[in-house]
Design a protein around this ligand. Structure first.
Ligand code: PLP
Length: 395
């Protein structure tokens, strides 16, 4: 346990005891326990992806690596169902993908409409504020999709808004919003869209080109079943035109698209930052697996295993937070039955069955469990394990 700075200040003797205990522990190589990851992410990883990650490192400007980067971009275009030229993985988790969209597309003083129906819409608002812009919030209900009519009302009242941001798949509730309808409304009012597809990419239909989404970010560790720490993004030409035409400097050096284009763009390849090379090997393999399975088949697999899980939950008398028509197959929020200690159930599932599930977030903390069936985790054996383990713990 690392002594916290404040603890150190207030209780120096306590800190010394902790440090002494830590210094006596013999540290050996770390071997994580084998878990079945049925929480909100990360999901389990296909052994082929882990094997790719362990290949020897090469330079980030090595011609072989550069060739691999081009394949990676084309595989990502397939995953996002787009032909956007600027489609690449950001070095950093989904939160960096989110932040990159905001710092590039939102300048100080702008007005941005953010739709919030869960935790991650709230994070978008934080991003807008940190860009020194004004968020206008379309407040939704947790567990229900964002209402396109409510977005339209807000845009009517705020004709000076430049950007509309929303979450396609709210991981905190397991609810999907109609990204196509929301983008249509946003474009009618001449706004660019920022879309969070962290949980939706590869887990349920997402058509970036057909739905005309402008900036879409995701993460590697959910339905792509890759190692955590990468954030695939795709930007329409409208976004690139805006960012390259910006008169002020993008607030972040690391995330400034104008600079990153020199590494991930098409023409030149110059040093920007040291790419997470082995992580990118892993992503390449994860995307190849997606291509081999076929994206529609992958979506169908998520749906099939969700149906089996749902049948089991219903047989146990458990209730979903979200109405059936708005549910995401890859993440289910289940109401904790009256009188059950929800944290104890999670802890027993982990210690007795090596099964990780997620807790509720924000106002849903203590009220729901979140069961993920994402990517490689979406398999019959895991559905069976989950239902039998949960049945045993609840009995
Ligand atoms: N957006 C959504 C919808 C998420 O579910 C998450 C993570 O769970 C994030 C953003 C942030 O992603 P990361 O944890 O990879 O930074």
């Amino acid at each position: 346990q690392a002594p916290h700075l404040l603890t150190n200040f207030l209780f120096p003797s306590e800190t010394k005891k902790i440090m002494a205990a830590a210094s006596h522990k013999k540290i050996t190589s770390f071997h994580p326990p084998q878990r079945v990851l049925m929480g909100p992410g990360p999901s389990n990883i296909n052994p082929r992806v882990l094997a790719a990650m362990s290949l020897p490192v090469i330079g980030y400007l090595d011609p072989a690596f550069v060739e691999m980067m081009d394949e990676l971009k084309s595989l990502l275009r397939y995953a996002f169902q787009t032909d956007n030229q600027l489609t690449y993985p950001i070095s950093g988790p989904g939160s960096v993908g989110m932040e990159s969209c905001f710092v590039n597309m939102v300048a100080p003083g702008d007005k941005v409409v953010v739709c919030r129906n869960g935790v991650f819409g709230g994070r978008m608002i934080e991003n807008v504020e940190r860009c020194k812009a004004t968020p206008v919030i379309v407040e939704g209900t947790w567990g229900e999709p964002v209402d396109p009519n409510a977005l339209e009302d807000t845009l009517k009242k705020n004709p000076d808004a430049r950007v509309v941001a929303f979450v396609h798949a709210e991981t905190s509730t397991g609810c999907v919003s109609d990204a196509k309808a929301l983008a249509e409304v946003a474009h009618r009012y001449d706004c660019l869209t920022i879309v969070d597809a962290v949980t939706s990419l590869a887990g349920c239909p997402l058509y970036v080109k057909e739905w005309e989404l402008d900036a879409v970010y995701s993460a590697s560790q959910k339905c792509l079943s890759c190692t955590p720490g990468l954030s695939p993004v795709t930007y329409s030409d409208r976004v690139i035109d805006y960012v390259t035409g910006r008169k002020d400097k993008v607030q972040s050096w690391f995330m400034d698209l104008n600079l990153i284009l020199n590494y991930w763009g098409n023409t030149v390849r110059t040093y920007h930052h040291t790419a997470p090379i082995n992580g990118l090997f892993a992503l390449h393999e994860a995307l190849l697996l997606l291509k081999e399975e076929g994206i529609e088949n992958t979506w169908a697999r998520h749906q099939r295993h969700y149906q089996a899980l749902k049948a089991g939950f219903e047989a146990m008398g458990l209730k979903f937070l979200v109405k059936e028509e708005n549910r995401l197959p890859q993440i289910s929020a289940i109401m904790v039955p009256e009188g059950i200690n929800e944290a104890e159930v999670r802890s027993k599932l982990l210690s007795e069955f090596n099964l990780e599930i997620g807790a509720g977030l924000g106002p849903l903390a203590g009220k729901v469990w979140r069961f993920g069936l994402m990517g490689y985790t979406a398999q019959s054996a895991n559905v069976m394990l989950c239902l039998s383990a949960l049945g045993s713990v609840l009995s």
